[in-house]
Ligand binder design. Structure first.
Ligand code: KMH
Ligand code: ZN
Length: 277
């Protein structure tokens, strides 16, 4: 087995999200063509996975099957990146709406592991919803990524696997620093990782100014990492990132610095399947 720091790394680019607006940054992709172009730039910068949300023409978050099919078609026409659709959508959407994303036949989909405060809102992911999302994802042979925002969510993620709703070894995304979730700091991440079954793979996303230090910590700890405008729109204090690709490029450079090579999409999906390499 390779040492933690010499393991290859899976970089994910979260290029759209549901909350960021064009008023906050003009670099947010909205149309299928803009999304595909950004996915291609991120792939070339080192991302193996695109975490995908879609928007209506006016920029509103949507889980419409049609919009996902259109965006995925445009991405696949340009690049071979792994597509991971969001089943989280935006706060306030129904479970049925959120699951429409699966119609575009992605390789991966997120599975959010618990209800929480999400800023001023409530992000609803009850246990019955989690089970039905797990069923919908796995019966389509889509690989789930378990989104864990807090310690209690990790317990529910383990319960999904223990009860056979999700196959072991699972793949987790720790999403840190959401107001209402676990803080984005080193002791918190280290403790959460210590509670993971050894065979599972894990990645880190963190919001705002925490994105760079926490994803670089993940690289040093042997985990995988996600960056992109969904979580953070700045390259440095007050300087907007011109899309997600510059954030991916910087993360890929940081990975090389600690002896970790970003995986190609075809190798990343194999690694997630066997998780414990
Ligand atoms: N927009 C957040 C409420 C996911 O993609 O699965 C949920 C989210 C998680 O972005
Ligand atoms: Zn998302």
């Amino acid at each position: 087995m390779s040492t933690a720091t010499h393991r290859p790394v899976i970089l994910t680019a979260a290029i759209v999200g549901a909350e960021i607006t064009r008023a906050q940054t003009p670099h947010l992709p909205i149309t299928a063509e803009e999304i595909a172009e950004e996915a291609d730039r991120c792939r070339n910068a080192g991302a193996a996975i695109i975490h995908l949300h879609v928007r209506t023409q006016d920029g509103a978050p949507s889980q419409s099957a049609e919009l996902f099919i259109e965006a995925v078609g445009a991405i696949r026409a340009r690049t071979d990146v792994i597509i991971q659709v969001s089943t989280g959508g935006a706060v306030g959407m129904s479970a049925e709406q959120r699951l429409e994303a699966l119609a575009c036949k992605p390789e991966m989909a997120t599975l959010n592991c618990g209800t929480m405060n999400f800023g001023d809102d409530i992000f609803v992911n009850t246990w019955p919803m989690m089970r039905s999302f797990a069923k919908a994802i796995t019966e389509k042979k889509i690989v789930p990524e378990l989104e864990v925002y807090d310690l209690g969510h990790l317990a529910l993620a383990k319960k999904l696997v223990n009860e056979g709703e999700v196959e072991a070894p699972a793949h987790v995304q720790f999403v840190l620093g959401v107001p209402g979730g676990a803080p984005a700091d080193e002791p918190t991440l280290r403790f959460m990782v210590s509670q993971l079954p050894a065979s599972w793979s894990w990645s880190v996303a963190a919001v705002g100014r925490h994105q760079q230090p926490m994803t670089e910590l993940a690289l040093a700890m042997g985990g995988h990492a996600r960056v992109g405008l969904e979580d953070n729109i700045y390259l440095s204090k007050g300087v907007l990132s011109e899309g997600s690709a510059p954030l991916v490029e910087r993360l890929a450079a940081a990975a090389h610095k600690v002896g970790r090579t970003p995986l190609e999409p075809r190798d990343a999906i194999k690694m997630i399947h066997r998780a414990s390499t």
